[in-house]
Design a protein around this ligand. Structure first.
Ligand code: GDP
Ligand code: MG
Length: 175
């Protein structure tokens, strides 16, 4: 519920990151509270909305999930053009996806909105026994690139709400 005088921010949010890192799962966990072990690769663009109310603002997220184009390691600039926030996702059990995440961040910095609020998300933190990327590596890269960093699990729901609340808070500061 929005309070009188509370500002309303409509924010386009995009997800970037390699196929299989859990982008669709993160969104479905946040928007619907669901998780599927055999999440189908998204076919066709997927669009979701969700509203978060903070004391300082009400944030209406327009969330754009990829349609599998990330398989080709590129996304049309129109996908992230005009986005107020971006989530770059990697999988802690795959160093390759972390390497690719760095490339996605560079692409966003080259072509995206300069004011974009960026989050680096280390997903699948429930797979700690298969970990290839240390928490500190993610943290350091995020810090160097003005992003905030969080480890999540779409499977267990760990830090999913925290992720979106933090983005909303930062949006309220910028917009
Ligand atoms: P996307 O290609 O980036 O959209 O990734 P998906 O959301 O389709 O997820 C790819 C696979 O990883 C699916 O089998 C999911 O069930 C699984 N997955 C997603 N998030 C997690 C997680 O946090 N933990 C674990 N263990 N598996 C996950
Ligand atoms: Mg997907």
């Amino acid at each position: 519920m929005s309070r009188p005088g509370n500002k309303i921010i409509q924010a386009k949010l995009v997800l970037l990151g390699d196929m299989g890192t859990g982008k669709t799962s993160l969104v479905l966990r946040f928007v619907k509270g669901q998780f599927f072990d055999n999440q189908e690769p998204t076919i066709g663009a997927a669009f979701f909305t969700q509203i978060l109310s903070l004391t300082e603002a009400t944030v209406k997220f327009d969330i754009w999930d990829t349609a599998g184009q990330e398989r080709y390691h590129s996304l049309a600039p129109m996908y992230y053009r005009g986005s107020a926030a971006a989530i770059v996702v990697y999988d802690i059990s795959s160093m390759d996806t972390f390497t690719r995440a760095k490339k996605w961040v560079q692409e966003l910095q080259r072509q995206g909105n300069p004011k974009v609020v960026m989050a680096l998300v280390a997903n699948k933190c429930d797979l700690d026994q298969k970990r290839e990327v240390e928490n500190e590596e993610g943290e350091q890269f995020a810090q160097e690139n003005g992003m905030f960093f969080i480890e999540t699990s779409a499977k267990t729901a760990q830090n999913i709400n925290e992720l979106f609340y933090e983005i909303a808070k930062r949006l309220a500061r910028v917009y």
